[in-house]
Design a protein around this ligand. Structure first.
Ligand code: MRU
Length: 360
């Protein structure tokens, strides 16, 4: 199969959004299409992880705004037009709570809407299609920028990985989680493209198996050697000396460097610390949330018990058993050797270094 395009927009403001349904991979490759104002379906796609991974959620939400306002492309009443815009952005913001890229992308769309409105108000004109076109341009810009950002992250991160290293990753921070190329996986792709030989160990990532279904698949597509392990095997492979570095993605990084990522990341970081293995986080600047001082303030998404008791349609626990299913955890900054951004590597991870790198 040719290279998957995670997110794609076809046409103008009345166009169509295409997403790969990631819940079906790797068994089935299916593209879903969204158009005609059906923002509820885009919300559902984000909420149920058909599109997932922090940067991809942000891009999908930006295009989701364009889908949502398709119901008012002919609306000449400015107040009604912007009321729909506000409704759509607030609604999309409720799809998932942890990845800050969602709110970052929606804020960019809101800024554009406010700027265009101001200009039109100044000339006492209103052209709904012009506002919609400008919003689509912004969504496309968010999408395109992410491609560049991922490559820069790949380049900076690859330098940290020794030739011949075994590298562990958790969840999926690849092309499927971004515009393409990824964040954590970008470091492996760049290293491989520049002649380094790595062997990747992919945690399967219970309960939704993003590591098994998506990371193992993406690495296979790129011809990078990958060994799949169950989450509870990480300590053993480290003890056997198979791992020289860990690289993971992030959903939100606070001012002090504490990092939320897929549930299980924190235990991998503790294990890496115990074994003296450097633990790196790869993330774009849009994943930082400097309004929060520490990771304790990050909202952690709680998901349905059925993901744990009835994974992929098969019951694996007694009916009505009590379940706790947080989708993310927070790794304290002290366990992170470096944060790989598009601007370079933040190391040591301190608030001062983070602020200096983000201002760059
Ligand atoms: O629940 P998911 O699959 O959206 O969680 C994804 C992750 O935790 C990723 O590691 C993170 O979003 C970074 S993606 C570049």
């Amino acid at each position: 199969m040719s290279k998957p395009e995670t997110i794609h927009w076809e046409g103008g403001a009345d166009g169509t959004l295409y997403l790969i349904d990631q819940t079906l991979l790797p068994v089935e490759y299916r593209q879903l299409d969204y158009s005609k104002g059906c923002v509820e379906k885009v919300w559902e796609a984000i909420h149920s992880l058909r599109v997932r991974g922090a940067p991809a959620i942000g891009i999908a939400a930006a295009y989701g705004v364009c889908i949502g306002i398709q119901t008012v492309l002919d609306e000449m009443d400015e107040e009604k037009f912007f009321a729909r815009f506000d409704e759509v952005t607030a609604y999309l913001a409720s799809s998932r709570p942890t990845a800050v890229n969602l709110f970052w992308a929606l804020d960019r769309m809101k800024e554009i809407a406010a700027a265009v409105k101001k200009l039109m108000d100044a000339t006492q004109t209103f052209h709904p299609l012009e506002v919609a076109n400008r919003l689509l341009m912004e969504a496309r810009a968010i999408h395109e920028e992410d491609r560049e950002i991922c490559r820069a992250i790949g380049k900076h991160g690859a330098e940290l990985l020794p030739d011949g290293a075994g590298v562990l990753t958790h969840c999926n921070a690849g092309g499927l989680a971004t515009a393409d190329y990824g964040t954590a996986l970008a470091t492996f792709f760049w290293a491989a493209e520049h002649g380094k030989k790595l062997h990747i160990y992919a945690d399967e990532t219970r309960p939704l198996l993003q590591g098994a279904r998506l990371t193992a698949w993406e690495l296979q597509q790129h011809g990078i050697p990958v060994t799949l392990i169950c989450d509870n095997m990480a300590a053993q492979v480290m003890r056997e000396g198979k791992i020289q570095a860990v690289v993971v993605g992030a959903d939100r990084i606070t001012a002090n460097g504490d990092t939320a990522n897929k549930i299980g990341t924190y235990s991998v970081a503790c294990l890496a610390h115990l074994h003296g293995i450097p633990f790196y986080v790869a993330a774009p600047k849009s994943t930082f949330d400097l309004t929060l001082s520490t990771g304790d303030q990050i909202p952690i998404e709680q998901r349905s018990a059925r993901e744990v008791t009835h994974g992929f349609g098969k019951q694996t626990a007694p009916e009505d058993v009590d379940v706790y299913n947080p989708a993310f955890d927070v790794t304290p900054a002290k366990y992170i050797a470096g944060i790989i951004t598009e601007n370079g590597v933040i190391s040591p991870v301190t608030e001062e270094n983070i602020r200096a790198m983000l201002e760059d």
